[in-house]
Design a protein around this ligand. Structure first.
Ligand code: ARG
Length: 280
C-alpha cells in the first residue's frame, strides 16, 4: 500500500513538474507573442506618424516683400498674391521648399535678407549698383520702367517739365533715387516720399504733389483705379527686376538661378506674368 502511494506521489509530482514546465512554456510563448504584437503596433504607429509628419521637416523659403506693388505683390482676400508671389512659389516648389511670405516696409527688405531674417527678397526690386554692395541679385526675371503719372489737365508733358514741381514717390525706391539725383540734389524740384506708392497717387489726386514717379505696371494699376490720371508716354528709366539674396548664400543664389532658368525655358514664368499683365 505504501509502495503504491509512493508511486502515485511520484506520478503526481512528475505531472506537477510537467504541468509547471508546460505552463512556463505557454507563458513564455504568450509573452513573446505579446511583445511581438506590441513591437508591430509601435512600428506601425511610427510609420503613420512619419507619413503624416515627416521626420525631417520641409525647409521654408522665407520671402521678404512689400505687398503694396500691384501686380507684383499686393493683398487680396487676406493673402499676398501677384507675379512675385507666384514666381517665388514656383521657385520654392522646384527647391522642394515651402514658401513663407513676410510683408514689410520696402526699405527693410534688403536688411531682412542680409541678416538672414528672410532668404530671398522679391519686390519688383530693381538691380542697382548701390544695392549690389549689400546683397546679391539673381538673374533678372522681368523688366520695369519708371514712368510719370500726372493728372489729365497737367502741364507736365515730359521729365523735363518736372523742374519746379513737387514730385511724389515711394520712399527708397529707384523712383525716389533717380528723382533725388536728377532734381532734388540740384534744388530743381521738391519731393514727397510716401510709404506706399498708392499714397503718392492719392496725394496726386488731392493736388498735394504735381506728379508721381513709379514703376510702369503699378502705375497702370493705380491709374486704372483712380479717375483723372494719365501716364506720360515718355519713360523715365528702364530697369531689371531680380531677387535679392544674401552675399554669403551663394548656394541659394545658384539654386534660384537654376530654378529661374527652368521657369523661363518651360514658359511657366511668362505664364505667370501673362496672368497678371495683359499684353498691350
Ligand atoms: N523697382 C523699384 C525699386 O526697386 C520699386 C520697387 C517697389 N516694390 C515694392 N514692392 N514696393 O526700387
Amino acid at each position: 500500500m505504501k509502495k503504491v502511494l509512493l508511486v502515485l506521489l511520484a506520478v503526481v509530482m512528475v505531472f506537477a513538474l510537467f504541468a509547471a514546465c508546460a505552463k512556463n512554456v505557454v507563458e513564455d510563448a504568450i509573452a513573446d507573442v505579446v511583445e511581438e504584437v506590441g513591437n508591430a503596433v509601435e512600428e506601425a504607429g511610427d510609420a503613420i506618424e512619419e507619413a503624416i509628419e515627416p521626420d525631417e521637416e520641409v525647409m521654408t523659403l522665407v520671402m521678404a516683400t512689400n505687398a503694396e506693388f500691384p501686380p507684383y505683390e499686393y493683398h487680396e482676400g487676406g493673402e499676398i498674391v501677384g507675379i512675385d508671389a507666384e514666381i517665388a512659389a514656383a521657385i520654392a516648389e522646384k527647391l522642394g521648399m515651402e514658401l513663407v511670405i513676410e510683408d514689410m516696409a520696402f526699405d527693410s527688405i534688403i536688411a531682412a535678407v542680409q541678416s538672414g531674417k528672410a532668404d530671398i527678397g522679391l519686390a519688383g526690386m530693381t538691380v542697382t549698383e548701390d544695392r549690389l554692395k549689400s546683397i546679391n541679385f539673381s538673374d533678372s526675371y522681368a523688366t520695369g520702367k519708371q514712368v510719370i503719372i500726372v493728372s489729365e489737365d497737367s502741364d507736365i508733358m515730359s521729365a523735363d517739365d518736372l523742374e519746379g514741381k513737387t514730385i511724389g514717390v515711394q520712399g527708397s525706391t529707384t523712383g525716389d533715387l533717380y528723382i533725388t539725383w536728377d532734381y532734388i540734389d540740384d534744388g530743381l524740384a521738391e519731393i514727397e516720399r510716401y510709404n506706399k506708392g498708392v499714397d503718392a497717387v492719392l496725394a496726386l489726386m488731392q493736388g498735394k504733389v504735381d506728379a508721381v514717379v513709379i514703376d510702369n505696371e503699378p502705375a497702370k494699376v493705380f491709374v486704372s483705379q483712380n479717375e483723372g490720371l494719365v501716364i506720360l508716354e515718355t519713360e523715365y528709366v528702364i530697369e531689371e527686376y531680380a531677387a535679392a539674396i544674401a552675399k554669403d548664400n551663394e548656394d541659394l543664389l545658384e539654386k534660384v538661378n537654376a530654378a529661374l532658368t527652368d521657369l523661363k525655358e518651360s514658359g511657366k514664368l511668362q505664364e505667370i506674368i501673362d496672368k497678371y499683365i495683359s499684353a498691350e
